[in-house]
Design a binder for this molecule. Structure first.
Ligand code: 5GP
Ligand code: SF4
Ligand code: MG
Length: 461
């Protein structure tokens, strides 16, 4: 998911529309915006299923008045893909109204929800985020800000969160800092966003990323607070943000995403170079790594697969029927590049292996003589419980198949993945003590935040 917030601009909803548009890659199922007006105790909320640019028409935006707004783009990792699960969540509490927009997944939401329900709470959604709203509402703290802190000290997992009330806006990252969140200025207004791509689009200046465990509060009267209200943890930001999820023109976790991805390709070429005529990326996710591979190996880079820009990221489509159909809708081979050639195809990751298999078939049908598949990350062997929509373990091809079995399945002549050491080198992180400073659980099974017992079982199955 992606989250955005702005306080102190008369066109708050319009800017949130732009902010969300620049975060659309983080989720395409639903989008929502909540706004408040100075001196008014209402929360204005609009949520829609679909893309920001299609759903948030002038008419919808005109129903979102005020100089403060938060927004959310969603793909479901917790709770089904229904409009009732769209965010921001908006509730009224004894402290007044509050809206919440959440990126990440709480690991103890199930247990907290069961406890709240046994005490009589009624839930209106199936998302983990609603648990936070209930904990705020039930807090014994004497003001909204303390109630939010109280609530968040009871949850575990990944939460980059943006909150809006009639008095203030908050942006915060969980103590592990799993998901990104950054802060900036737009003239006199304050802006927060999952990625700085939002700021670039609207001409806001990027100030900095929030630190893991850091909370930023900006009030309507112009005062600000920077707090660290949570128990300290060793930060474990999600390395997969750098591999795939974030946009390449972003700076995330202090790193230039494009540069990191290109280095993944450089290192991949050093680790498993191969005699070939062309290097072809799987667009768009494989492009920077393929460039890096080509530059390092000296094999020319060519656009051998063309992507249609009129379909979304296939993996975000919830039904696998659509996903299977999706490959041909999305990619098409350039015969003149591929015919008679020894082709290196580079992608960022293999999840189920079904896309890669279809791509190789397509490349062969276009006349390629050999197809060497190179993956710019290690084998994805474990599901994510911190907010990335990886399928369950039984569907992850590398969880149950050897390199050779995967090669056969996808029908490549050769197959190689980037090593975990290579990945760490690409993100320039210390590996001497065996701790990379990142969450790498989907590649290693080493989960840095404790899982709920049923998730622990799923991770081990
Ligand atoms: P596969 O060969 O596993 O079917 O598809 C691999 C493609 O899925 C890659 O191009 C990769 O960019 C994309 N992908 C990346 N991350 C994810 C994810 O979390 N889930 C799924 N299903 N696909 C992803
Ligand atoms: Fe990121 Fe993988 Fe960790 Fe999930 S398990 S937070 S995708 S590194
Ligand atoms: Mg891809």
């Amino acid at each position: 998911c992606g989250v955005f917030g702005i306080l102190g601009n008369e066109e708050a909803a319009n800017h949130t529309y732009l902010g969300l548009h620049a975060l659309q890659h983080r989720g395409q199922e639903s989008a929502g915006i909540a706004t408040t007006i100075a001196g008014d105790h209402n929360m204005y909320v609009q949520r829609r299923q679909g893309l920001v640019s299609e759903q948030f028409t002038e008419d919808v935006l005109s129903r979102l008045p005020g100089d403060a707004a938060i927004g959310h783009v969603r793909y479901s990792t917790s709770g089904e893909s229904a409009i009732r699960n769209a965010q921001p969540i908006s509730v009224s509490t004894k402290y007044g109204p509050i809206a919440l927009a959440h990126n990440g997944n709480l690991t103890n939401a199930g247990a907290l929800r069961a406890k709240l329900e046994s005490q009589g709470s009624i839930f209106g959604t199936t998302t983990d985020t609603e648990v936070i709203a209930h904990l705020i509402a039930k807090s014994l703290a004497d003001n909204m800000l303390d109630a939010i802190i109280d609530a968040l000290n009871q949850v575990q997992g990944a939460f980059s969160l943006v909150c809006l009330t009639p008095e203030f806006m908050i942006g915060l990252r969980d103590p592990n800092g799993v998901r990104p969140l950054c802060v900036g200025h737009l003239d006199g207004a304050r802006v927060v966003s999952s990625e700085p791509t939002s700021f670039t689009l609207m001409g806001a200046s990027f100030e900095r990323e929030l630190e893991p465990g850091e909370m930023f509060v900006t009030y309507r009267d112009g005062t600000e607070k920077w707090m660290e209200p949570f128990r300290k943890q060793t930060p474990t930001p999600c390395i997969f943000e750098l591999v795939y999820f974030s946009r390449p023109d972003s700076t995330v976790f202090g790193r230039d995403v494009y540069g990191v991805r290109k280095r993944m390709g450089n290192i991949l070429a050093r680790e498993s170079g191969v005699e070939a005529d062309v290097v072809v990326p799987v667009p768009d996710s494989g492009v920077p790594a393929a460039l890096g591979f080509a530059q390092e190996s000296g094999v020319p880079y060519e656009v051998g697969l063309v992507r249609s820009h009129y379909v979304g990221r296939t993996f975000i489509e919830p039904s696998s029927q659509i996903r299977h159909f999706g490959v041909k809708l999305k990619l098409s081979p350039v015969q003149s590049v591929l015919e008679g050639k020894r082709v290196v195809v580079v992608d960022d990751s293999i999840v189920r292996g079904t896309t890669s298999r279809k791509i190789i078939k397509m490349v062969r049908e276009a006349g390629a003589k050999e197809v060497h598949f190179r993956v710019a990350s290690p084998q994805t062997t474990h599901p994510c419980f911190y907010g990335i929509d990886t399928p369950e373990r039984s569907q992850l091809i590398a969880a149950s198949h050897s390199l050779e079995e995967i090669r056969k399945y996808i029908t490549a002549d050769t197959l190689a993945y980037l090593s975990i050491k290579g990945l760490r080198e690409a993100v320039s992180t210390n590996t001497e003590d065996g701790q990379s400073g990142f969450c790498e659980a989907c590649f290693t099974g080493d989960y840095p935040i404790p899982l709920a017992s049923n998730d622990r079982k799923k991770a081990a199955e």
